[in-house]
Design a protein around this ligand. Structure first.
Ligand SMILES: Nc1ncnc2c1ncn2[C@@H]1O[C@H](COP(=O)(O)OP(=O)(O)OP(=O)(O)O)[C@@H](O)[C@H]1O
Ligand SMILES: [Mg+2]
Length: 253
């Protein structure tokens, strides 16, 4: 096989040039980082689980008409995606107080919020991804007012979809983060969901026990991260019933 061109290597994923123009191959690594990469580890099998879970959520979103970058899974660690121009914002939706919201506003973790709250964080590792307002987004030209309206709509649709899917398997969707990108079709631009949707980018609590099934297990040293993600994947039926994760890339089709 011809050697592929690496386009970008981040903390959790690598992007390669795709087979056709306008496509990329997204490779999921086993690396886990938290607190702006101050804490790091390699979690065996995490990349495989996130590749499958992100496929599951993104293809579900595509199916209900919420556009995403996901085209198809290639193997255990890679998926084919549409290349987008990433809007430099992390879009966070919160249903229950946790993490930085609890810290910043002194609201106890676990407090239900009166309605879903959408927040924007400027993607800049050197600044620690600071919270910004719509005023900042528009003044600094990161997105237009129309983009912002579209982003809020997309984020809330993702929230409804993910909340419902998780509710069905006894998991509460506390909050999540998405990235959104622009694609051009003829002369028109459109916004679609990009990056990944996985337990790395969501807070997921077991509805019965309150057990955390997301990256907080790693951030707060609460146990084995791969076990938590495996539990999510098993409940959603995206893992073979024996729960075995093949950690080496394996061609599926
Ligand atoms: N469809 C896409 N087209 C182009 N870039 C994408 C797409 N989906 C995700 N990306 C970008 O690919 C990178 C994925 O790598 P990773 O998540 O490991 O990065 P990261 O270390 O979190 O860094 P960053 O701060 O850039 O997000 C991110 O920069 C993300 O914004
Ligand atoms: Mg990332």
């Amino acid at each position: 096989m011809a050697r592929r061109t690496k386009v970008y290597e981040g903390k959790a994923k690598v992007l390669y040039e795709g087979p056709e123009p306008g496509t990329l191959v997204q490779y999921f690594k086993d690396d886990a980082t938290a607190f702006n990469a101050e804490k790091r580890a390699v979690i065996d099998g995490k990349g495989v689980l996130n590749n499958r879970l992100s496929e599951f959520f993104m293809s579900g979103l595509n199916a209900i008409g919420v556009p995403t970058h996901f085209i198809r899974r290639i193997n255990m660690r890679e998926q084919l995606i549409r290349a987008v121009e990433i809007i430099p914002l992390e879009v966070v939706v919160r249903n229950v107080a946790a993490g930085s919201l609890s810290k910043r506003l002194g609201i106890e973790e676990g407090t239900a919020l009166p309605r879903p709250i959408v927040e924007f964080y400027y993607k800049d590792d050197a600044l620690g991804d600071p919270l910004v307002s719509e005023e900042h987004v528009i003044a600094f030209g990161w997105a237009s007012q129309q983009d912002l309206d579209d982003m809020v709509q997309l984020a809330l649709r993702v929230n409804d979809f993910l909340s419902g899917v998780m509710l069905g398997v006894g998991i509460k969707l506390v909050d999540f983060k998405i990235e959104i990108g622009r694609i051009w079709e003829n002369d028109f631009q459109r916004l679609i969901i990009a990056d990944e949707i996985s337990p790395d980018s969501c807070r997921l609590w077991d509805m019965r026990t309150g057990e955390k099934l997301d990256k907080d297990v790693f951030r707060r040293d609460l146990g084995n991260l791969a076990d938590a993600y495996t539990e999510v994947a098993k409940r959603l039926g995206v893992l073979p019933s024996n729960g075995k994760v093949m950690t080496r890339p394996t061609l599926i089709n």
